[in-house]
Design a protein around this ligand. Structure first.
Ligand code: PLP
Length: 410
């Protein structure tokens, strides 16, 4: 980390085999990184290596393969701990992804601690994964879900948030960086204000984890969640970070093997953290290869990757703004390398199909944020999102393809 690999995007691209494929006869231009990022060869190789050399179930085995698999699994936990600055490795729970992590908190914490009339606050920018679990538990417990409003550009109304907070507020669950618009929310302020009322705060870090330096101790969030597949890692694995004293008080989410200390037909005692929340055989292979994904980011350095992405963001933003009738939503200073836009008279889906014909992968639609789209009064946007391996040349290809597509659509 102290001596990052020098940033040469051409060399970096060579680590990603998929970037060399063709789509519809054209070089792939992959601009859907906010949905999932591509995987470097060290991640792919580590997955094959695990299944080829030391596939075994973890923690309970007394043989070499089980020892090796357990050591690699626990090494991934420490890598994640360091990646997000957690105080203790047992504060890192492996899950299926952001969605499961939020559901665990809503269900486990919510079922134990929410009472009728309590209030939960989310924001207008949330992904469905940070809306629905809270609606479900609120309905079950008779709690009230409140939503922080925003302006037409997606900036949260912090005055309204401040007024919304009261002794009744028990939980604030907030998207750190908007997947739909790329906006970085003022989470330090959100957390501090919530804590003044003794409310807990969960940050949905699905989009922030790969772009921003994350230090959960400094942020002082109570929970932080993210998915492996958005940080150059595998699908099917994610992380729930929680402060130890909170996780200790929360009941288990799933019951079964691994999460127990002792079982009799009369009574079960639960295992300690983190195993209390990791019932059954976990996704061993994909947890293990989170470490090479994190190593990849650390090798290049988050700051270097971010500087590169900011250059792409600035260039693409200025080029897109030259297109007649195109409007960027979430056009603010404080954002990551995501650009969401609408074009007058053009349906985003038609545009996506034409771009795909030219080898360009973008995302269109509501981006799993239907209430946000309703608030903006639109059906959806076209979203381009950049990663470490994207280039200025790819932006040129995108802009040329957009001009060509618009000639056909208008
Ligand atoms: N939250 C945000 C902000 C996201 O961008 C996503 C995925 O797009 C999710 C939650 C859900 O993540 P996953 O589908 O990996 O559980």
């Amino acid at each position: 980390m102290s001596n990052p690999t020098s940033y040469d995007v051409a060399t970096l691209r060579n680590l990603f085999p998929i970037l060399h494929r063709k789509v519809k006869g054209k070089d792939l231009v992959y601009l859907d990184n906010a949905a999932t990022s591509q995987k470097p060869i060290q991640v792919i190789d580590a997955l094959v290596h695990y299944y080829t050399h030391y596939n075994a179930n973890i923690h309970r085995g007394l043989h070499t393969l089980a020892d090796e698999a357990t050591a690699a699994y626990e090494a991934a936990r420490v890598a994640v701990q360091q990646f997000i600055g957690a105080a203790f490795h047992e504060e890192i729970i492996f899950t299926k992804g952001t969605t499961e992590s939020i559901n665990i908190v809503a269900r486990s914490w919510g079922s134990a601690f929410l009472q009728r009339g309590d209030e939960i606050i989310i924001s207008s920018l949330e992904h469905h994964a940070n809306i629905v679990p809270w609606q479900m538990i609120a309905e079950e417990k008779g709690a009230i879900l409140k939503v922080i409003p925003m302006d037409d550009n997606g900036v949260l109304d912090m005055g309204a948030y401040s007024n919304m907070l009261s002794e009744k507020t028990k939980f604030v669950s907030i998207i750190h960086v908007s997947n739909a618009l790329g906006i970085i929310n003022p989470v330090e302020e959100i957390i501090a204000l919530a804590h003044e009322k003794n409310a807990l705060v969960l940050l949905d870090g699905a989009q922030s984890c790969v772009h921003l330096d994350i230090d959960v101790k400094k942020l002082d969030c109570d929970f932080y969640v993210f998915s492996g597949h958005k940080i150059y890692g595998p699908t099917g694995v994610g992380v729930l970070y929680g402060k130890r004293e909170l996780l200790e008080k929360m009941p288990p989410f799933l019951g079964g093997g691994e999460m127990i200390k002792e079982v009799t037909f009369e009574k079960t005692t639960y295992n300690e953290l983190p195993f209390k929340f990791e019932a059954g055989t976990p996704n061993i292979a994909d947890v293990i290869v989170l470490k090479p994904a994190i190593d990849f980011i650390n090798n290049y350095g988050k700051a270097n990757i971010r500087a590169h992405e900011e250059e792409l963001l600035a260039y693409a933003t200025s080029k897109l703004k030259e297109i007649e009738g195109l409007k960027i939503i979430g056009d603010v200073q404080n954002k990551i390398s995501v650009i969401s836009f609408v074009i007058e008279g053009v349906h985003p889906q038609d545009l996506a199909i034409l771009l795909d014909n030219q080898g360009i992968a973008v995302r269109t639609g509501h981006h799993c944020a239907q209430p946000l789209m309703q608030r903006l009064g639109i059906v959806g946007t076209t979203r381009v999102s950049f990663a470490a391996y994207n280039t200025l040349a790819e932006i040129e290809v995108l802009i040329a393809a957009l001009h060509k597509s618009l000639k056909m659509l208008r």
